[in-house]
Design a protein around this ligand. Structure first.
Ligand code: MG
Length: 250
């Protein structure tokens, strides 16, 4: 099932994407998902980020080959950081290139959407706390990341967290093809099978640090092939069985 959040006739709504239609949901999808009869055309809806997180937790260096390309050691425990909710950007929204930044990178990532309030759970209990999966672009001001000890500035500008296009609830995330296209040219092409820390472990690890709420996002790190974007570039993150998240840099 593909769950979308969108703007339609001056109101924000949730729905289930069915081919070229969206079947409206009477409420948000975190409790029981019960679709109504009303359908609208997908192209009449303006897609919004498919979650309103209280926080976005990201994992750095979760693919061995990416750690290698950055010249960093493979971590023994997950390295996590946060982006603020204000960085979230809708599908087709514009990534704002901050003045003074010298290198702005894309990072294709598989993002987990949390379903319910979750704290201190075991890896075995993780599955029932996940609503589904979506695409995330961990936009990074690489020059600032290298200057600063903390990554907050480099990762947190408004629009630095494109998210979408929708939440896929029925996939097995353990071996999905993940790609970045920049102006149609393929730049990252890998598989989530390359994770150092698997999803069950990651969510359990994070839940022992902080309480997770419905709509919170955990992003699982990027594969190798990160690189820079310029103004007017079109960047697309594609994950097998989910879809494509498209944004322009402006
Ligand atoms: Mg990242």
């Amino acid at each position: 099932m593909r769950i979308a959040r969108f703007f339609y006739r001056k109101a924000i709504k949730w729905g289930i994407v069915e081919n070229r239609d969206i079947r409206l949901l009477p409420a948000d999808p975190y409790k029981k998902i019960q679709a109504g009869f009303k359908k609208i055309r997908l192209n009449q809806a303006k897609l919004l980020p498919p979650a309103i997180p209280t926080k976005i937790i990201l994992v750095g260096l979760n693919y061995k080959s990416h750690a290698k390309e950055l010249g960093m050691k493979i971590p023994k425990q997950p390295v996590i950081f946060l982006k603020p909710p204000s960085s979230v950007l809708a599908p087709r929204g514009k990534i704002i290139y901050p003045p003074g930044v010298k290198r702005l990178d894309y990072e294709a990532e598989l993002a987990i959407v949390i379903k319910k309030q979750t704290r201190n759970i075991s890896p075995a209990a993780v599955k029932k706390c996940i609503l589904g999966y979506t695409c995330l672009n961990d936009v990074t001001a690489r020059d600032l990341q290298k200057i600063d000890v903390q990554w907050i500035r480099a990762k947190s500008f408004d629009t630095f967290c494109p998210l979408g296009p929708w939440i896929e609830t029925e996939i097995n995330p353990s071996n999905l093809r993940i790609k970045t296209y920049l102006n149609g040219e393929i730049k990252q092409n890998s598989s989530t099978a390359g994770f150092i820390f698997k999803i069950d472990y990651l969510v359990s690890f994070i839940s022992k640090i902080m309480t997770l709420y419905p709509g919170d996002i955990i992003s699982t790190g990027t594969p190798p092939g990160v690189g820079p974007m310029k103004i007017n570039d079109i960047v697309e993150i594609e994950i097998e069985s989910i879809g494509r998240l498209k944004n322009r840099v402006g």
